[in-house]
Design a protein around this ligand. Structure first.
Ligand SMILES: *Cc1c(COP(=O)(O)O)cnc(C)c1O
Length: 457
């Protein structure tokens, strides 16, 4: 990896992400965002967020029919931070929410209810009522939820008599099987999400449910997240599209207008955690969808997407101070301040969620060479609290910073309260080629007083 001085490009030219990252780490140290008193902090590269949002828009604009409406939403669970939601909203990306808390965050960010989609599998009557009152699109998960909705909307449907304003869909599970990470595979035969379309009688039930409720106007699928082959995601979209066609054909045959007008194709684009390359990228996926489900882009359907991880992962890193280094049983261990509390999945499922770890010295200069196999441990009091095991990387020393890369999504934004470790600060940054960085506070570090208060003190 290039050091900051070697590859600082001419002022005015685009600074590549790895260089921006190095400049930002040094600037974060100078600004005191991370150090002895604040031993862990998360940084978000605002430029990467903008570029990723642009890539999403252009990828779908390239394959969509002229004038076809595509609403992109950001899955709030991937980055549950109000300024992040506001930033995405400003970039034309609304919010996909799955709990009252996520909805409150999206509302606090000023996201227009018309650009919010509610998808939780456990919506209470209160949540359903609120969504209907606000005019938020929602996707029904199961027959019992549909019965609840029947009682709430009455015979006229959510938009009053007729279909005006109705933005209610149904989530279906195409039951295509698992990807490489079981916990992330939402389209297995027994997944808890959506109506299991291949179960006996299920498809007929869906057709009947739509025929009896002209206000149902959408279908939703989200076939999986990290670890799901793209072909399988596209196959899930195809199954959903074909069901929409069947519902619409039945409506037309009964003398009614086409009923399903919107297909919500979910999120789930996997992220490459192995290098700085953005792979597979939205363009690849959009083109794959066009080749697998060409009619998706013929303009008859409005589209909704719900990407989370792929919109934010590459923009973020967690910086953790190395407090001590030690040797045990022939192994070198760097004890840092980032473990299960900010890298929960990596610690508990290390094979599914490996992370790159970069080494910086105490001034925030990238360390290169001098590689040593070492464990990078967190501060939590259990033995498995490791973010990297037996990893060959430049030798970490006390006072250094270990940087967990590609952690913009699902890491520091959703901390785990183990050992009463305070939530770290999250800072957005922009950086110039000369190393001048601007930081904005996305979330302040939690104070001990706040931690005590939230723990019943
Ligand atoms: C989590 C989730 C997403 C986003 O998934 P990513 O893998 O982060 O892109 C989208 N839709 C639904 C319904 C989800 O649960």
């Amino acid at each position: 990896m290039a050091s900051t001085t070697e590859s600082s490009p001419r002022p005015g030219s685009a600074v590549p992400l790895p260089v921006r990252r190095n400049l930002a780490v040094a600037a974060a140290v100078r600004a005191g965002l991370v150090g002895a008193d604040q031993p862990v902090a998360a940084l978000l590269d605002l430029r990467t967020i903008r570029e990723t949002a642009t890539a999403l828009h252009t990828a779908f604009a390239e394959v969509a029919a002229p004038g076809q409406q595509v609403l992109h939403t950001f899955a709030v669970k991937a980055g549950a931070l109000v300024p992040v939601l506001r930033q995405f909203d400003g970039l034309g990306i609304g919010s996909e929410v799955a709990s009252p808390g996520e909805l409150a965050l999206a509302r606090a960010a000023g996201v227009d209810p018309a650009r919010i989609v509610l998808d939780s599998p456990a919506k209470t009557v209160g949540e359903l009522t609120e969504a209907l009152e606000l005019g938020i699109a929602l996707n029904v998960d199961n027959p019992q939820e549909l019965e609840r909705l029947d009682a709430l909307v009455g015979t006229g449907g959510p938009g009053g008599p007729g279909r005006a304003g109705a933005r209610v869909g149904m989530r279906v599970n195409p039951q295509l099987g698992a990807g490489s990470i079981g916990a992330m595979s939402t389209a297995t035969a027994t997944s808890k999400f959506g109506v299991a379309l291949r179960d006996p009688g299920a498809r007929a039930w869906v057709l009947r449910a739509f025929a009896e409720r002209p206000w149902l106007s959408r279908l939703h699928c989200h076939v999986g997240s990290q670890g799901m082959p793209l072909e399988q995601m596209a196959a899930g979209v195809r199954v959903t599209y074909e069901l929409a066609e069947e519902i619409n054909a039945a409506a037309l045959a009964a003398g009614r207008p086409a009923q399903v007008d919107t297909l919500d194709i979910g999120g789930g684009l996997p992220v490459n955690f192995g290098s700085d390359e953005t792979r597979p990228g939205y363009h690849y996926y959009a083109r794959l969808l066009r080749s697998e489900v060409p009619a998706l882009f013929d303009g008859r359907y409005r589209l909704v997407t719900e990407f989370g991880r792929s919109l934010l992962a590459k923009a973020g890193m967690i910086l953790a101070r190395v407090e001590y280094t030690k040797d045990a049983g022939g192994r070198r261990i760097a004890v840092t301040h980032a473990g299960a509390q900010v890298a929960t999945r990596t610690v508990f499922a290390p094979d599914a969620w490996p992370l790159r770890v970069a080494a910086y010295d105490a001034r925030g200069q990238l360390r290169t060479g001098g590689e040593l196999r070492q464990d990078v441990a967190g501060p939590c009091c259990f033995a498995g609290d490791l973010v990297a095991r037996d990893r060959a990387m430049p030798e970490l020393r006390p006072g250094d910073l270990a940087a967990l890369l590609d952690t913009g999504a699902y890491y520091a934004s959703t901390p785990f309260g183990y050992n009463s470790l305070a939530r770290p600060g999250v800072y957005g940054f922009t950086v110039d080629a000369d190393g001048t960085a601007d930081f904005s506070t996305v979330r302040r570090p939690q104070t001990l007083a706040e931690l005590v208060a939230e723990s019943g003190g």
